[in-house]
Design a protein around this ligand. Structure first.
Ligand code: ADP
Ligand code: ADP
Length: 218
């Protein structure tokens, strides 16, 4: 059974069709990049598959469940581009809070280590740089020990070294058999880290294959 199944999902904002009848199935253990330029509909697709945005048509299922149910069962970890951070908490406190909201969780210290936050555990979230805050979002996504990790442009704004460290940590995570879907507008990241690239433009999937197949098209 697929980990992610989107069937004919459509989302319109006024005259703009952000996502246009999109079909996508992702199997357990796949590492998939959702690649496309700004405005292609990547974030809207991710928001619908996480149950954060209601489709105007079609349906999203995670583990054959409505997204909110899969998330409530702790099967999904998500890293979005914004929101979710409470600036007055320390890094350790906010990851503890994320863990407390989940039915099961990994040890927080282990997750902080994995996200490169061990030295920043006592720092207040509001005092962190943008890149450090992204690492906090990453830690919050991992703490439930989820089978599926969904990441929306996880490295935007990071420098080269921070990107390398981020993807090294992700490689470790996917090596544990997790399913990963990440949105990016960088072909090099999709090429380096995904087994499969789903290329979107104007709300539709225009190509779906291995990195070599996609590179032959673009
Ligand atoms: P990206 O293109 O990097 O995914 P955006 O800046 O387009 O990010 O979107 C950031 C957030 O703003 C998303 O939650 C998205 O749904 C919302 N958003 C994007 N475009 C618009 C718009 N035209 N009007 C209102 N909200 C928007
Ligand atoms: P991407 O993540 O690929 O950059 P988005 O899903 O953010 O693309 O946006 C797809 C299209 O939908 C864009 O034209 C964007 O401006 C529009 N859009 C996204 N969210 C909103 C929103 N909340 N309100 C109005 N338009 C939006």
């Amino acid at each position: 059974t697929p980990t992610i199944a989107l069937r004919g999902v459509t989302k319109r904002y006024g005259d703009v069709t952000a996502v246009d009848g999109l079909d996508l199935s992702i199997q357990p253990g796949e590492v998939v990049a959702l690649l496309g330029p700004n405005g292609a509909g990547k974030s809207t697709t991710i928001d619908m598959l996480l149950g954060l945005t209601r489709p105007d048509g079609g349906a999203a299922r995670l583990f054959e469940l409505p997204p909110v149910e899969a998330i409530a069962r702790g099967r999904v970890g998500a890293m979005l581009q914004s929101g979710g951070l409470l600036p007055d908490l320390s890094v350790a406190e906010i990851v503890e809070l994320a863990a407390a909201l989940q039915p099961k969780s990994r040890p927080v210290a282990q997750v902080l280590e994995r996200a490169g936050l061990a030295d920043l555990a006592k720092r207040r979230v509001g005092k962190l740089s943008g890149g450090q805050q992204q690492r906090v979002r990453f830690a919050m996504a991992l703490v439930a020990d989820p089978e599926l990790i969904v990441l929306d442009e996880p490295t935007t704004g990071l420098d080269v070294e921070a990107r390398r460290a981020f993807w090294a940590a992700m490689r470790d995570e996917s090596g544990h058999g997790r399913t990963v879907l990440f949105a990016t507008h960088y072909l090099d990241e999709a090429d380096a880290y995904a087994d499969r690239i789903v290329f979107m433009r104007a709300g539709r999937v225009v190509a779906d294959g291995t990195a070599a197949q996609i590179k032959a098209l673009v």
